[in-house]
Design a protein around this ligand. Structure first.
Ligand code: ATP
Ligand code: MG
Length: 453
C-alpha cells in the first residue's frame, strides 16, 4: 500500500503525501512506527522528493514575498506619494490650466485649444487661442520636484449647467514636496487675478450660473462719465459709507445690503456710470436684464444668492417685472420675472459680504411703490438728459482748452430747448472729432430726435 511513496518522482511534489504517515491506520503501533520511519527515511533520501519540497517552500516564500512587496509598496506609496485633485467645478481648475499653459518646464503630448473672445471698447471682437494641457498625462518639473499631472474626463457625467463633461486634474508628487501644491495654486491664482488688474470683470447669467462676459474690460474711469453736478460724488460717498459700516448693520441685525435706483431716459449714462463706479471701487459687476426672456423668479433668486465675490449687482430695466402684459404673455414679448419674484429676490439675498444692488429703468412710473422700501431701494436718483453743466463739461472733455467755443456751444444749446441725451451729445462730438467749430455749426442736428422711446 505504501510500497512506493518515494519512488514516484512526481509524488515528491505532492504535499498530500507529506501528511501520509500520520494518516496511516493505527491498529499496530510497531507497524505504524516502522512504516512512518520508512517513509521519512525514503523522503529524506530521495533527491527528487527533497528537491520538490524545497521548490515548494521556495515557491510559497516567493509568493509571500510578492504580496509583502505589493503591500509594502502600497504603504510606501501612501506614505511617500501625495495626490491633489482639482475638479472642474472649482474655480482653481481654470486658473491651474492657464498656469500650466504658460509653464515652460513641462512635457505634454496632449493639448487642447481654448479660444477666448476679446471685445474691445469699440465693439470689435478679436480672438485669442491658448494651448492648455488636454486630457491625458503630463509631467512638469517644478522647483526641483517632478510632478505628474493627469487630466481626466469623468465618464459619462455631464455638467448640466454648461453641458460639458465633468473633469478632474490630479497632481501627484512625493510627500516631501507636497507644499508645492500650495505654491502652484497660489501662483496660478495670482496670475489669474493679475490679468484682471485694472480691469472690470463683467458677469452675465448663463443658465443658473454667472459666467464671465468676454475678457475683463479695462476699467472705465469715473471722470469719463459726465453726470449732472454732484451726482457722482454723492452716490460714491453713499456707497463708500455703506461699505465702511458692516459692523453697524450686523450689530443691529439688519441685512447688510443697499439698493440704488438710477432712472431716466435712454443714453443718459446710467450703465456707464455703474460700470465706472465698479471700477473705482475695484469691484466686478454682475449684470442681469430683467426684460430678458427665460429669466424666471427662481433663476433670479438663485443668481442673486450666488454672486461671485466683490461684485456689484446690476439689474437693468427693472420695470419689466412690473409689466402686467409681459407676464401674461399678451404680447409677443414675454418676461417671466414677476413683481413678487423681484421683491422676494431683493429681500432674500443672504450674503456674508455686503450686497450692493444697482437698478435701472427708463420708466420709473411703472414701478410699484412696494419696491421703494428701504432694503430694496434705499437711494434713488434721476439721471436725466444733458444739462448745460454736462454740455460744457463734455465739450471741454472732447475739445480741451476751447473755452470760447464752449461758451458759444452752451448758449446755442440752451436756445435749442431740446431734450438731448448725453449719448447724442457724445455722438455729435465723435462725428466732429477734433473739430469743435464743426460741432458748433451742426448743433441743430441735436434737436432732431435720434433716440426711439
Ligand atoms: N453722462 C455720460 N457721460 C459720458 N458718456 C455717456 C454719458 N451718457 C451716455 N454716454 C455714452 O453713451 C453711450 C450709452 O450710455 P449708457 O449705456 O450708459 O446709457 P444708459 O443710461 O444706460 O441708457 P439705457 O437707459 O438705454 O440703458 C455710452 O457709450 C456712453 O459712453
Ligand atoms: Mg443702460
Amino acid at each position: 500500500m505504501v510500497d512506493t511513496p518515494g519512488k514516484d518522482p512526481v509524488a515528491g511534489s505532492n504535499p498530500a503525501l507529506e501528511a501520509l504517515p500520520v494518516a496511516l491506520p493505527v491498529d499496530d503501533d510497531s507497524l505504524k512506527g516502522k512504516i512512518s520511519h520508512m517513509v521519512r527515511q525514503s523522503m529524506a533520501n530521495n533527491p527528487y522528493f527533497a528537491a520538490g519540497g524545497g521548490l515548494m517552500v521556495l515557491g510559497s516564500a516567493l509568493a509571500l514575498a510578492r504580496t509583502g512587496v505589493i503591500k509594502l509598496s502600497r504603504v510606501v506609496y501612501k506614505q511617500m506619494i501625495v495626490d491633489l485633485e482639482i475638479q472642474s467645478k472649482d474655480k482653481s481648475y481654470s486658473w491651474f490650466l492657464d498656469w500650466m499653459a504658460r509653464y515652460p518646464k513641462r512635457v505634454s503630448k496632449h493639448l487642447s485649444v481654448r479660444t477666448n473672445y476679446i471685445q474691445h471698447d469699440n465693439g470689435a471682437i478679436s480672438t485669442k487661442f491658448s494651448l492648455v494641457p488636454g486630457p491625458g498625462s503630463h509631467w512638469i518639473w517644478y522647483r526641483g520636484a517632478l510632478i505628474a499631472i493627469k487630466r481626466e474626463r469623468s465618464g459619462r457625467m455631464i455638467d448640466l449647467v454648461n453641458s460639458s463633461p465633468y473633469e478632474t486634474v490630479t497632481l501627484t508628487t512625493l510627500y516631501r514636496d507636497r507644499h508645492l501644491f500650495d505654491e502652484i495654486l497660489n501662483e496660478a491664482k495670482s496670475i489669474a487675478l493679475r490679468s484682471n488688474e485694472g480691469k472690470t470683470v463683467i458677469y452675465t447669467s448663463f443658465g443658473p450660473e454667472w459666467r464671465k462676459f468676454g475678457q475683463p474690460k479695462a476699467k472705465r474711469a469715473l471722470p469719463s462719465v459726465v453726470l449732472d453736478e454732484g451726482i457722482k460724488e454723492q452716490i460714491l460717498e453713499d456707497v463708500l459709507d455703506f461699505m465702511k459700516n458692516g459692523k453697524w448693520y450686523s450689530d443691529r441685525g439688519i441685512p447688510y445690503r443697499r439698493g440704488y435706483l438710477l432712472y431716466g431716459p435712454p443714453g443718459s449714462g446710467k450703465t456707464s456710470f455703474i460700470q465706472a463706479l465698479a471700477g473705482e471701487l475695484d469691484y466686478n459687476i454682475c449684470i442681469l436684464n430683467l426684460s430678458e426672456n427665460n429669466l424666471t423668479d427662481d433663476r433670479l433668486n438663485h443668481l442673486m444668492n450666488n454672486m461671485p465675490e466683490r461684485s456689484i449687482l446690476l439689474l437693468e430695466d427693472i420695470d419689466a417685472a412690473f409689466n402686467e402684459r409681459s407676464q401674461t404673455g399678451e404680447t409677443g414679448f414675454h418676461s417671466s420675472v414677476t413683481f413678487s419674484g423681484l421683491l422676494n429676490a431683493l429681500d432674500g439675498v443672504t450674503s456674508s459680504e455686503e450686497t450692493i444692488t444697482f437698478m435701472t429703468t427708463n420708466h420709473p412710473e411703472k414701478l410699484d411703490r412696494a419696491i421703494m422700501r428701504p432694503g430694496r431701494i434705499d437711494y434713488k436718483v434721476l439721471i436725466a438728459n444733458a444739462t448745460p453743466y454736462q454740455v460744457e463739461k463734455m465739450f471741454l472733455k472732447f475739445y480741451p482748452g476751447e473755452t470760447q467755443l464752449c461758451r458759444e456751444f452752451s448758449t446755442k444749446f440752451r436756445d435749442l430747448k431740446a431734450e438731448v441725451s448725453t449719448a447724442q451729445l457724445q455722438g455729435l462730438f465723435v462725428m466732429n472729432k477734433d473739430k469743435p467749430q464743426a460741432a458748433l455749426d451742426s448743433i441743430a442736428s441735436l434737436s432732431t430726435p435720434t433716440t426711439i422711446h
